[in-house]
Design a protein around this ligand. Structure first.
Ligand code: IFM
Length: 446
């Protein structure tokens, strides 16, 4: 069997986020976040569930770290819950919340697993939403305050911090499409939220530089190559707008210090106030770019397709994930090469990549060859990108274990490990066993 070897020192990991796995929503001083509220809305979550119990990971640190060791993980990415650390959104620190993550970081390090912390994975404290949430420019400064606390507490132990996870998803799905917390449907607010999330990234970068000078810091973007469905000019232009919407808006701001002109023209009437030095701060140097990659997006022009006049289409014969997304490993290669060529981040890490499929537990085992194939093909795409000079230094699979998949509740499973939500048993899936071979060999069967 031919093996595609990865560079020495490449980090193999898995990712998670606080609200999706922790449960324990009232433990040790945690207060509500916007997700606790959103889940209470009738119809908001496909199966009517919420993250109150999730994977109960808050109380299962030793057993979950043992699973990580079985998978041979060298890195684990998790987020720290803002409502555990600054429950009322002010500068007051809830020490028990911070102590919890200290125990988790220590246990990971004792197990030889390097922690990577995401500061903000969408769980805004309720009091900050009451003051306008991300529509309010001040929320960016509050994120800076949170970064200062986390940097002081963990900066000597944790080598990498991610400031904000997927501003596109949080900004648009939460503030315009209304399918994520806080559940708003307002174009202007979504634009303000997007800008303030990027400003929050800048505030957090500045805070980490001061409070965690030894650590690296950067942001996580979800990126997706955009293809036109047909070859008409209208479809080509729709694909360019799609690219501007999800990719260029963030990449241009971070690496060129300017939002793209074509998108500014489109958004002009609804833009928030953008301060004179906002973009310069957003474009301050980072140590790495974290890329979350799941799918390609094919679009065509549609007059009724919202402000951008875009309609997403699944091309005939395309394979789709359990969430209805177009599976395309080449899209990962394309994304990595394009980002390296056009924006040249110093380093890149894939902080999320994975597949939701319908898993079945049969006789105590989960046979998921489709996920195994997805992972293999995406890793081979990443390997090709490295061969072309892309400075990729790690891969974190989404997700360590099945968890609360936001508006889809528990209906979508992404884990390398199966979670039985009734008993909280964890069962390593076939894909997890396969991934353990990859982490052990530092290589992927070609
Ligand atoms: O579960 C999410 C995660 O929280 C952010 N990125 C995409 C994942 C799968 O939808």
């Amino acid at each position: 069997m031919t093996l595609a070897h990865f560079p020495d020192g490449f980090t193999w990991g898995a990712s998670s986020s606080a609200y999706q796995i922790e449960g324990a929503v009232r433990a040790e001083g945690r207060e509500e976040s916007i997700w606790d509220l959103f889940c209470n809305r009738p119809g908001a979550i496909d199966d009517g569930s919420d993250g109150r119990f999730a994977c109960d990971a808050y109380d299962r640190i030793p057993e979950d770290i043992a699973l990580m060791q079985e998978l041979g993980l060298q890195g684990y990415r998790f987020s720290v819950a803002w409502p555990r650390i600054h429950p009322d959104g002010s500068s007051r620190v809830n020490q028990p919340g911070l102590d919890h993550y200290r125990r988790q970081v220590d246990a990971l390090l004792d197990a030889g697993i390097t922690p990577m912390i995401t500061l903000y994975h969408w769980d805004l404290p309720r009091p900050l939403q009451s003051r306008g949430g991300w529509a309010n420019r001040d929320t960016a400064a509050r994120l800076g305050e949170f970064a200062d606390t986390v940097g002081r507490a963990f900066g000597d132990l944790v080598p990498r911090f991610i400031t904000v996870n997927e501003p596109w998803v949080h900004g648009w799905l939460g503030h315009f499409m209304g399918i994520h917390a806080p559940g708003l449907h307002d174009f202007g607010i979504a634009l303000a939220a997007n800008h303030h999330l990027m400003l929050g990234h800048a505030e957090a970068m500045e805070a980490f530089r001061a409070s965690a000078p030894k650590a690296e810091a950067g942001i996580a973007l979800v990126l997706s190559p955009a293809s036109p469905f047909g070859d008409s000019n209208a479809d080509l232009e729709a694909a360019h707008r799609q690219d501007g919407w999800i990719n260029r808006w963030y990449l241009d701001a971070l690496y060129r210090g300017a939002y793209p002109d074509d998108m500014l023209d489109l958004y002009r009437a609804s833009l928030p106030e953008i301060g004179a030095d906002d973009l310069a701060r957003i474009a301050q140097p980072t140590d790495f770019l974290a890329i979350n990659y799941y799918f390609r997006t094919t679009v065509r022009w549609n007059r009724d397709g919202g402000p951008l006049q875009i309609e997403r289409v699944i091309p005939p014969n395309a394979q789709v994930s359990g969430m209805g997304f177009e599976i395309d490993p080449d899209g990962l290669y394309e994304t990595l090469v394009r980002v390296h060529r056009d924006y040249a981040p110093v380093k890149i890490v894939i902080a999320e990549n994975g597949l939701s499929v319908e898993d079945r537990l049969v006789d105590g085992a989960v046979d998921d060859p489709v996920r195994e194939r997805y992972l293999r093909e995406h890793l081979l795409a990443a390997h090709r990108a490295i061969a072309e000079g892309v400075p990729l230094d790690g891969y974190y699979c989404w997700s360590l274990m099945d968890n609360f998949e936001w508006n889809h509740g528990y209906t979508q499973r992404f884990g390398l490990v199966y979670t039985d939500f009734a008993t909280q048993d964890r069962i390593i899936k076939r894909s997890g066993r396969w991934y353990a071979g990859v982490t052990r060999e530092n290589a992927v069967p070609a």
